[in-house]
Design a protein around this ligand. Sequence first.
Ligand code: GLY
Length: 328
Amino acid sequence: MNTRRKFLQQTLLGGLAVGSADRLFDTLDLDDSKAPGTFPVVISTWGPNVKANAAAWKVLSAGGYALDAIEAGIHVPEADPEDTSVGYGGLPDRDGHVTLDACIMNEKGMAGCVTFLEHIKHPISVARKVMENTPHVIMSGDGALQFALSQGFEKEDLLTEHARKAWEAWKVESKYQPVINVERHDTIGMLAMDTQHRLCGGCSTSGLAFKMHGRVGDSPVIGAGLFVDNEVGAAVCTGLGEMVLRTVGSFLVVEEMRRGKHPQKAVETAVKRIVSKYPEQSKDAQVAFIALDRKGRHGAYSIHPGFNYVLYQNGENRVIEGASFLKT
Ligand code: GLY
């Protein structure tokens, strides 16, 4: 059966009956007695973030604060010129500007976000400063840059030679078409719970490559790209932000957990919501969620195959292939 027919069939089934749609889902082993969560724990989107997870674990395993772990972990891809989706080395917008989005949220429900930020290598740290040193939640564009400079951050050129060449090549056709799982990395989303059971999360991205100048995605928007409720759990996502913004995806995942769902079932609900609302767009776009609940149990799910994530728990840092709504 061709992919389009298969997709429509799955979508139709998903739309018609929740009972039968549930059977379409690949689920993790949901028996808690077999797979109890342990602390500390950290989970990140995408396999290459195994190094980010290791940096976060270093903080967590020393008894440190989950928020410090998140910041240390996300610093890894932000500083990596080889990672073209986050921070330094991120692919620019169509005008050649590297513009960054990030947010962070702590166990007290406090949050800080930066959007459309240029020239600062570690937007996750600026987001943390917004949370800790201002009465605001979101700072954007030049205002966010001025704030960062006032906090001691250094202004840098974030456009690497590799990213500049990719942009020059893109300009030949100027065809805007985000590609699914192109390098099997994208936005880093990270959730961590420390030994004191403090649950925190963050995410950081350069957004879609060759986006319109000024475009902001889901990643710096609390409830869409990230949501943390220490009493329940946390969720974060990666993929085409427009679909997540319109469905307030991460908030939905946490609310599903609040209603008693296992994190795996909760992320499946959020993906299914996107697919049922936007069946046409879902054919060509990837979105993936990861979630962690207060019990240390996790879930991961995407629209298309190809999404993987990294879980550091019980002293082991593992890259795990996520299940997906579509099978091919
Ligand atoms: N999820 C990242 C973005 O859409 O910008």
